[in-house]
Design a protein around this ligand. Structure first.
Ligand SMILES: Nc1ncnc2c1ncn2[C@@H]1O[C@H](COP(=O)(O)OP(=O)(O)OP(=O)(O)O)[C@@H](O)[C@H]1O
Ligand SMILES: [Mg+2]
Length: 254
């Protein structure tokens, strides 16, 4: 079994003249928690889109569990064990928690499975949904409509939906964005409690949150990989301070 779940080889994504992701190479080990940081527009989401296939790279290669998936369509990567959440909430507001979970599961199941329609399958699906909701602390009231949930609970539901396929690699794009401090700590606890069989990549602007959760941090700037280091070295890194913390402080100061 290979130790590397994800390998990027000089991955580039170009939008016209803009190199949104510029020749990024990295390796993510099985079970690793990897933080991806960098200022707005650094290329973090575009990198996730290249990994998951939403926006395939214009140059370079993406290897998932040793297999070249650079040109593989997103749903096939999902079948192979990639899952993600989006920066913006992406839920069916007038459906219940359980219904959103079913849709998430349906989207990942081969069609022939749903055609079987057997009791056993429905039971297995229910178990999966229940397990993912329990991990995300939403198992108490599956019948509640999404529009009745707090924003924090909606983000928890997105986590649950990304877990229901039992992925090998989970990519979380700012899962705590827009949340209160209390809601952020719930999301952080959920991520921290995930099995180490799962490999997690986490884009997050909240430094305290990301540095406490991950084994290693990749800092992007202008589409380039600026620094890769353990969390303990990130705060004191001059390059990171210059491009990221410096800007974050200026934002905070208004
Ligand atoms: N579909 C697109 N077409 C053209 N340019 C794009 C597109 N998507 C992203 N970009 C540009 O690519 C660059 C990287 O954007 P990206 O969304 O990856 O940044 P990010 O690091 O996720 O930023 P943020 O922290 O604000 O989410 C930006 O300059 C952005 O404007
Ligand atoms: Mg982004």
């Amino acid at each position: 079994m290979t130790d590397s779940v994800l390998a990027l080889e000089k991955v580039g994504v170009r939008f016209g003249g803009l190199k949104a992701v510029d020749s990024i190479s990295m390796n993510v080990r099985r079970g690793e928690r990897r933080g991806v940081i960098g200022p707005n527009g650094a290329g973090k989401t575009t990198l996730f889109n290249a990994i998951t296939g939403l926006r395939p790279p214009t140059t370079g290669r993406v290897l998932f569990e040793g297999r070249d998936v650079t040109r593989m369509r997103p749903h096939l990567r999902a079948h192979r064990g990639m899952s993600r959440t989006f920066q913006i909430t992406n839920l069916f507001q007038s459906l219940s928690i359980a219904e959103n979970m079913q849709l998430a599961l349906e989207g990942l199941s081969p069609r022939r499975f749903s055609m079987l329609g057997s009791r056993r399958l429905r039971g297995e699906e229910a178990d999966r949904i229940d397990a993912a909701l329990r991990l995300s602390r939403l198992d108490e009231r599956p019948g509640v409509l999404v529009k009745e949930l707090s924003y924090g609970e909606q983000r928890q539901l997105e986590l649950a939906m990304s877990l229901v396929s039992r992925p090998a690699l989970l990519l979380l794009d700012e899962p705590a964005a827009g949340l209160s401090a209390a809601e952020r700590s719930v999301v952080a606890e959920i991520i921290g409690s995930l099995s180490r069989e799962l490999t997690v990549m986490l884009i997050e602007h909240d430094m305290d949150l990301v540095l406490n959760l991950v084994d290693r941090v990749t800092c992007l700037n202008n589409g380039e990989l600026l620094v890769e280091a353990p969390p303990a070295d990130i705060r004191s890194n001059q390059l990171v301070q210059d491009v990221y913390l410096g800007k974050a402080r200026r934002h905070a100061a208004g």
